[in-house]
Design a protein around this ligand. Structure first.
Ligand code: HDE
Length: 667
């Protein structure tokens, strides 16, 4: 069932060009009779300049590209709606945060940060989570990430940071990877990054799906109510399906098997009607409590632990519509942290202040001039009226004879009346290039993060540091990083130092505080939208497979039948032949045949690799023989026998069996 057409969709309809059976024209509307041969002097003669169709076609092609985003170039977008739970009038005047009767249309763009437009989705990186709310009072953009902190404290360091993480300048290597010298050189010299680096080395940096990751506004913002009272706010998106990640070895193999893994997952879920949902939550701090924390609320390298300030759910966003055209919508969407509506304001976080400059500036180049807010995806749903005029690609025809204010000729219209009022914060200070001493502690929250991890999360963090620093060439950078890790936690530094062949740094005292909410254990569990591979061949018992499949699909799982060849096995159609499939594209695997598959290396590898990556493994009928042939070292998360449907579904819903010892599995 198609979702209702909201105000934004109705507005976009006017710009949509449906595919129809009408004939081809030039850009000038002239009918085209032939588009396969250019006009030439004789069949073997030179092409003629007067072939305007040929010239227009080539010129338009030559100009198809625009600059990719300087960061977050790789992304995927979707439309949605935001439904508020209850009016927040005590906190903010924002209309969309007070009206529970009309859902607010949204557009979201998810992205990676470092890679270029054509890079793979599943790289170790932060993910962008940018949301445009088309509110009746104009656009509000919540331009967040899937981590709650950032690498730097002051926006003036952003070009330095981005230059360090991007491919190195001499040879443009490596693509979409932080595992290289310039990145780690920057980090070792800029310890304010260490908290963020802990997140980056954790599995949060390799999300299973855009549908299964959190979003954070990162900075402290401000809500302002009708009496002009401000409340500090941190924004959080919480995925209804829970927060889940891939494992590193899997990620490496997905990049070749399906570079569009996260994009495709989002697209297909929406096409199937399994709409991704996220709860919008706020952490609220009254202004009177601004200085009650042992960190500075203005410091974007710090979280407010949820145990200190709990999350309050305020609404839910459902992504329910794919774009029609990637370029027009997802590529041309322009987010900006300064796109706020009355009742939402900024804090003095120096990173946020810098962003409030950068996002408008970048669009001027990327989208070719100052009229980019007129591009359909960027237009607010309410009317735009002002004296801003002209510029490249002006689409509007302003009829007024004045474009200045005040004026007496047009009745002083458009008039500035009761609109956005900036929060009246008292500020006083000397001009100074200096960080506040309250921004100086770079280690405590990195330690807090480490202390809060489950054992498996700690193991993965150590492995990530070893992979990354293992790609660094200069010994002094590795040594400096190990010293920093020693100050975060000796249990982190020791195995990394050992793996790098470096001496363990002297063990220092660190605090033992933890914030359990930081761990990814204890997520909501569901088999819905999980992808399950069923390996079949001629020995498959069709009745058993059909019963299992119906049960799993009834719970919202997606089952795909894989077999040595396309066609059908035991009367069941094959979705993909094994030669074109890989276990890394599935959440779980069921072996349904042993007789034919047990001798096939590809089938054995499939099962072994899924086991290595912690996935639930099932077997029905003779499928047990395939598991035996794969020589799995344990039966943790392996479900076999008759009537396994319920047990297997529970195993799949638990996501991964990280407690398996897979160190000896060669896959
Ligand atoms: Fe961005 N960032 N950023 N950023 N950012 C951009 O804007 C910038 C930061 C984020 O899907 C650019 O339109 C500066 C934090 C997302 O279109 C650019 C600083 C967070 C997206 C830019 C930051 C983000 C961007 C590039 C430090 C998380 C993708 C193209 C002061 C809270 C939006 C563009 C989309 C994109 C600048 C730091 C999130 C250049 C200067 C912190 C999700 O303007």
């Amino acid at each position: 069932m198609q979702p209702e057409r909201d105000a934004k969709q109705r507005q976009l309809d006017a710009d949509r060009v449906p595919l129809d059976d009408r004939t081809m024209t030039t850009d000038q509307g002239v009918p085209v009779d032939h588009t396969d041969d250019s006009l030439r002097a004789g069949t073997r003669g030179p092409t003629l300049m007067e072939d305007f169709h040929f010239r227009e076609k080539l010129t338009r092609f030559d100009h198809e590209r625009i600059p990719e985003r300087v960061v977050h170039a790789r992304g995927a977008g979707a439309y949605g709606v935001f439904q508020l739970y209850e009016p927040l009038g005590d906190l903010t005047t924002a209309a969309f945060l007070n009206d529970t009767s009309t859902p607010t249309p949204t557009f979201v763009r998810f992205s990676t940060v470092a890679g270029s437009r054509g890079s793979a989705d599943t790289v170790r990186d932060v993910r962008g989570f940018a949301t445009k709310f088309y509110t009746p009072e104009g656009n509000f953009d919540l331009v967040g990430n899937n981590f709650p902190v950032f690498f730097i404290q002051d926006g003036i360091k952003f070009p330095d940071f981005v230059h360090a993480v991007k491919p190195e300048p001499h040879n443009e290597i490596p693509q979409a990877q932080s595992a290289h010298d310039t990145f780690w050189d920057f980090i070792q010299l800029q310890p304010e990054s260490l908290h963020m680096v802990m997140w980056l080395m954790s599995d949060r940096a390799i999300p299973r799906s855009f549908r299964m990751m959190q979003g954070f506004g990162v900075h402290t913002f401000r809500l302002v109510n009708a009496s002009g009272q401000g409340t500090f706010v941190k924004w959080h998106w919480r995925p209804v399906l829970g927060t889940y990640s891939l494992v590193w070895e899997e990620v490496l193999r997905i990049q070749g098997n399906d570079p569009d893994y996260n994009r495709r997952d989002l697209w297909e879920a929406i096409e199937r009607g399994a709409y991704p949902e996220y709860e919008l939550c706020v952490q609220l701090v009254p202004e009177s409590r601004e200085h009650d924390f042992d960190f500075d609320l203005l410091d974007p390298t710090k979280i407010i632990p949820e145990e200190q300030v709990p999350l309050r759910p305020v609404g839910r966003m459902t992504l329910n519509r794919n774009p029609h055209n990637f370029f027009a919508e997802t590529e041309q969407v322009a987010f900006h942290t300064a796109n706020v509506v009355p009742g939402i304001d900024f804090s003095n976080d120096p990173l946020l202040q810098a962003r409030n400059f950068s996002y408008l500036d970048t669009q001027l180049l990327r989208l070719g001039g100052p009229n980019f807010p007129q591009i359909p995806i960027n237009r607010p749903v309410n009317e735009v009226r002002n004296d801003q005029r002209d510029g490249f690609h002006q689409h509007r025809i302003h009829e007024s004879r004045t474009s200045y204010a005040p004026n007496s000729i047009s009745g002083n219209r458009p008039a500035a009346t009761d609109g956005y009022r900036h929060y009246q914060e008292r500020v006083d200070g000397v001009k100074i290039r200096q960080r506040s001493p309250s921004f100086e502690d770079h280690y405590s929250q990195a330690t807090l993060f480490w202390n809060s991890m489950a054992d498996w999360e700690k193991r993965h963090i150590v492995a990530a540091f070893l992979f990354e620093l293992g790609h660094v060439e200069r010994p002094h950078i590795k040594e400096a990083m190990v010293r920093h890790l020693g100050r975060i936690h000796p249990d982190l530094a020791a195995p990394v130092a050992q793996g790098l062949g470096l001496p363990e740094p002297p063990r220092t005292e660190v605090h033992a505080n933890a914030s359990p909410a930081l761990s990814m254990t204890g997520q909501p569990q569901s088999v819905a939208t999980r992808k399950i591979a069923i390996l079949m061949a001629d020995g498959t018992d069709a009745a058993e497979v059909t019963a299992l499949r119906e049960s799993l699909e009834g719970k919202g799982a997606i089952c795909e039948v894989l077999a040595p060849a396309e066609g059908a096995v035991a009367g069941i159609p094959v979705d993909r032949q094994l030669g074109a499939a890989s276990s890394v594209l599935y959440d779980a695997v069921v072996a349904a045949d042993g007789a034919a598959l047990a001798s096939l290396g590809r089938a054995r590898f499939f099962v072994m690799e899924a086991f290595k990556h912690g996935k639930a493994i099932g077997a029905v009928g003779s499928g047990r023989e395939l598991l035996e042939a794969a020589r799995l070292p344990s039966d943790v998360g392996v479900v076999m026998g008759d009537g396994i449907a319920e047990k297997f579904a529970t195993a799949v819903a638990s996501h991964r069996f990280y407690e398996r010892d897979v160190s000896a599995v060669p896959a």
